[in-house]
Ligand binder design. Structure first.
Ligand code: ATP
Ligand code: MG
Length: 318
């Protein structure tokens, strides 16, 4: 952590969620929001809230939706110096409605909002040159503005002895072009830590099967792989052959959005604060589980004290 903050790059959004389960938005429905959101924002908020040094590169509009995000991040100790405020575009947004089977319908405004309009500025450079770790979200790779910043930031941070992590959360339903796939492969090979869930492990490795994927990723130079398995908990694989498993916490899921991002924010903060894998997994699982018990994408992100309390009072699944 002494090298400087954990920095991440990408979309900052508000989420507005339908209060009743159903299909889409073709008739008036009751809505709740705006909630601060966007995978990189959720990640970095949990990272800061647990006590990690954390910063975000992105953009919001000069409007209340932007205010909601910046105030929340500041409150939770996140460095917002490299968040641009666009005078021309509104803050990104996502309207979300859950279906009975747990799937979701969305109306997004990301690509044509401030969320996608950030670049390598003096403030970004000032932040990156004092950062110690870059966390990359696979979902950001399809944004052209994000790639420019990520590529440069990765070089600068690695050159000063910093580290890189990747949550390869490419959207399963999307087919990516060759350039995006090539960038993804380049990032995998640069990563010290990988945080896949489900079939993202095989996708990152480019081979089939869990054991073969893990072996391949170590060959590529990855040092630590943390596999997220929802209610099955999480497992960490280290290059020396060590495997550490952690059971999930038994909670009632109210809103699944943000579990993986909160897990990652807590895990990386803990590792960078010098905690062993076991303890980082415990806090990661607690952060993911606590967040799904509260409506809103980052409303359940916990402080260290809140997570300690959660751990003391919540049963583990086995
Ligand atoms: P997301 O669904 O946000 O993309 P992900 O697929 O990246 O998340 P998950 O495995 O779903 O990651 O969640 C990360 C961690 O959070 C899990 O390892 C688990 O410890 C915890 N978690 C997530 N969902 C639940 C749940 N319903 N009950 C208990 N713990 C959960
Ligand atoms: Mg995920």
């Amino acid at each position: 952590d002494s090298l400087g903050p954990t920095v991440t790059v990408g979309e900052i959004l508000v989420e507005i969620v339908a209060t009743k389960i159903g299909v889409g938005f073709r008739e008036p429905v009751e809505l709740l929001g705006p909630f601060p959101s966007g995978a990189p924002a959720i990640f970095v908020d949990q990272c800061g809230r647990i006590g990690g040094s954390a910063a975000l590169i992105g953009a919001v509009g000069s409007d209340d939706f932007g205010f909601v995000n910046i105030e929340r991040l500041k409150r939770d100790g996140v460095d917002v110096s490299a968040i641009a405020v666009s005078p021309d575009y509104p803050t990104g947004s996502a309207f979300v409605r859950y279906r009975t089977d747990g799937s979701r319908d969305f109306v997004y405004n990301i690509g044509t909002s401030a969320a996608a309009r950030f670049s390598w500025t003096e403030k970004v450079e000032a932040l990156v040159t004092r950062s110690g770790h870059l966390h990359v979200m696979g979902s950001a790779l399809s944004m052209p503005s994000a790639w420019t910043v990520i590529e440069k930031a990765a070089q600068v941070i690695k050159a000063r002895g910093g580290t890189l992590s990747l949550d390869p959360n490419l959207r399963k339903e999307l087919k990516y072009d060759d350039q995006t796939e090539a960038r993804f492969a380049q990032l995998v090979a640069m990563s010290n830590l990988l945080l896949p869930s489900g079939d993202e492990l095989e996708r990152a490795a480019g081979v089939e099967g869990e054991a073969a994927s893990i072996a391949r990723l170590f060959e590529l130079g990855v040092g630590e792989i943390v596999l997220k398995r929802g209610r099955e908990g999480a497992s960490c694989f280290l290059r020396d052959g060590t495997r550490v498993d952690a059971a999930a916490f038994d909670v009632k899921e109210i809103d699944p959005t943000g579990a993986g991002d909160c897990f990652g924010g807590a895990y990386i903060a803990c590792r960078r604060l010098g905690m062993p894998v076991e303890q980082a997994l415990l806090y990661g699982c607690a952060a993911g589980a606590r967040n799904v018990t509260v409506r809103g994408p980052m409303e359940g992100a916990g402080t260290r004290a809140e997570l300690d309390d959660f751990i003391r009072t919540t049963k583990r699944l086995t």
